[in-house]
Structure formats: C-alpha cells, structure tokens
Design a protein around this ligand. Structure first.
Ligand SMILES: Nc1ncnc2c1ncn2[C@@H]1O[C@H](COP(=O)(O)OP(=O)(O)O)[C@@H](O)[C@H]1O
Ligand SMILES: [Mg+2]
Length: 340
C-alpha cells in the first residue's frame, strides 16, 4: 500500500478537495483506495456525507489501549474500490492524550501496517496545522502532496513544512518524498500565469505537471456530498483529477525517489553530484531553494548504490542529513543512497 499524505499547514489551499477527488480518481482507475480523514474539523467526512460509529479517533484510541480492532467494521465503502475512515472533533483531544507517549509518532503507522495488504493506496487528508496528527501522517507516508494556491501565504506554509520534514529525517531517519500541486489556477489572469512560471522555475521537478484549475463544479460536488466523478464526470475538475491520478500513479510506481536536503542561507547555488550523474555538474541536479535557507531535490533512481556529495558554491560537502557515508579517496566522505 502506498501512503500519500495531503499536507499544508494552511487551511483553504485544497487539501480536502484533493484528498477526496484524487482517491476517487485512483479508484476509478481500478486501484483499491483507502481515504482517511485526519482533520478534527471532519471536512472530508462531511464532503462524502459519511458518518460512522467508528472514526479514526476510535481506531487510534483502541490501538493505543491494545484493544482488538473490529476488522470488518473499520472502513465504509464509498463506491467501487473506494473506502473511507471518517473523523470527528475528538481527534483534537487525541493529540493531547498521545503527546506523552514514546510511540506518539508511530500510532498511525501501526494501524496502516495492519490494513496495508487490503489496499493499493491510502490517502491521508491532514489538518491545517503541523501537530501530532500531521506528524503521524508524514511519518507513515512514502509520499507527501502539498497543494497550494496563488496566495503567498500558502508558499510560506510550505517553507515551515520543510523544517518539519528535516526534523523527521533527523529524528526518524526517513521522510516522505514531497511533491507540490498547484491548485485553483485561473489561466485567464496574467498574474496567475506569471506566478505559475515563477513557481515552475523555483520548484523544478518538485512541482507536479498537473495543475488543478479553479472549477466551481468541484465546490458544488463537495456541497452535494459527491466526488467530482459522481457529480459531473465531464467537468474540467474531473479532467484535472483524472490527469492528477495518472501522474501520481506514474510517480509512485515506476521509480524510487531519493529526496535530498541542505540547510544554508549563504549558498548561491547547490548541486548534487555523484554516481547518478557521473560526477558531473548538471542543471537537472540543482537543488531548489524552497524555504528561507532550505534547498531540496527529488532524484528518480533505479535500484542500486549511489555515492554523492553536494557542491555548495565552491565547497564540496557530504550530506549533513544522511548518516550513511563511505570514505572517498581524498580523505573525506561521500554520502550514500541505497535503493533496494
Ligand atoms: N480547484 C478548485 N476549484 C474550485 N474550488 C476549490 C478548488 N480547490 C479548493 N476549492 C474550494 O476551496 C475551499 C477550500 O478547499 P479545501 O479542499 O477544503 O481546503 P483545505 O482542506 O486545505 O482547507 C473549499 O470550499 C473548496 O471547495
Ligand atoms: Mg481540509
């Protein structure tokens, strides 16, 4: 099961609409999908008009008390291949209850491991903050999709998220591979076109090619408790989400990804140089500055072992966030990525 969390600490940037319609689109392509509403405000639960006795709150609470889970009541069916676990306000108090536990970041992972053989994809609709639930989601995910829109503030949200991901990498030794999704795009506006170009330049291959246009039908569908394919499968919203599902399937199936980070405000530019590019400086391997001082790059890799270093300005560095290293032949260290 591939776990994808939909995260941005800002509200209103399209997390829920993406979670619901991406789940629907993946299920229409024949994949078995589990959508979990992790937001105590329960917008996805409302958007699907689902309310059940057993919410993710109950499940995580039972799990934390080592109670047996009622396996046949865990999720509800939305449509063919599309299953759902809802949320309710109690999820907020759960954050508080779990905050003292040693396994507080792993509770959701533990649950997802139990159900993982039943699904191809699990989509996590996260709350608009970076609290314990979002951290649990990031810790359980292989991928993270960050929807954002034209509003500058949502880019600031992205910067803060990067700090959290670096923290997870240092604390847990692994992070989800992050991709950005431009939402609520209105190509008629010149400002929107200029912004899109700017974002493409800045994010490179961190930005998904698919963009979700502003489409009132998406809003209407949610207000009628339907996903876009049930409500109007000829709409632009349905077209965009079908394209998104296709890109997500490609991105998550064919290749493995390595996600590299470097923190440092003073660098003019940073490149990853290593076995994956024959140790040559290559524009495709230039890290993108996504936060005030955070540089990042996603590299698609086949199975194998790759040695690399960063070239930050004129300085060669081993990756400070990667504990796997090997001596180089010059008395220094190369960082290592192993994809198996
Ligand atoms: N592409 C879009 N076209 C039209 N309305 C959208 C689009 N994306 C989001 N919305 C609307 O914007 C509001 C916020 O979106 P939502 O998915 O709930 O954001 P979040 O979960 O990040 O808070 C909702 O009313 C939603 O219907
Ligand atoms: Mg939401």
């Amino acid at each position: 099961m591939k776990v994808i969390s939909i995260v941005n600490q800002k509200g209103g940037c399209g997390k829920t609409i993406t979670a619901v319609n991406l789940s629907a689109a993946l299920s229409k392509k024949g994949f078995k999908v589990l959508l979990i509403d992790l937001d105590p405000q329960a917008h996805a639960t409302f958007a699907l008009r689902k309310s059940s006795n057993l919410t993710i709150t109950d499940i995580l609470e039972k799990l934390s008390r080592n109670e047996v889970l009622p396996l046949d009541e865990l999720y509800q069916s939305v449509s063919e291949n599309f299953y759902f676990i809802g949320s309710r306000i109690g999820l907020a108090s759960l954050e508080h209850k779990f905050s003292q536990r040693d396994d507080r970041l792993d509770i959701l992972s533990t649950f997802l491991n139990i159900v993982s053989s039943n699904f191809d994809y699990c989509i996590l609709d996260c709350p608009p903050n970076l609290g314990l639930l979002t951290l649990n989601a990031l810790n359980a995910s292989a991928y993270c999709l960050i929807p954002f829109n034209l509003c500058d503030f949502s880019l600031r949200g992205i910067e803060i998220l990067k700090d959290i991901i670096i923290m997870l990498k240092e604390f847990k030794g692994k992070t989800p591979i992050c991709f950005y999704l431009l939402n609520q795009l209105d190509r008629r506006s010149r400002f929107a076109c200029e912004f899109t170009e700017k974002v493409k330049k800045r994010l490179g291959n961190l930005l998904l090619n698919t963009m979700i246009r502003t489409n009132i039908t998406l809003k209407e569908a949610a207000s009628f408790g339907k996903n876009i394919f049930e409500y109007n499968s000829d709409s632009r919203g349905a077209e965009d989400f079908a394209a998104l599902a296709k890109e997500v399937i490609n991105t998550t199936s064919n290749t493995s990804w390595a996600q590299l980070f470097l923190k440092g405000e003073s660098f003019a530019e940073v490149y990853a140089i290593g076995d994956f590019n024959n140790w040559k400086k290559d524009e495709k391997y230039k890290l993108r500055k996504v936060g005030g001082d955070i540089w990042t790059l996603n590299i698609p890799l086949e199975k194998g072992k790759y040695r690399y270093k960063f070239l930050a300005g004129d300085t060669w560095l081993a990756d400070p966030h990667n504990k796997l290293v090997e001596d180089d032949s010059y008395g220094g260290k190369n960082s290592l990525i192993i994809i198996d």
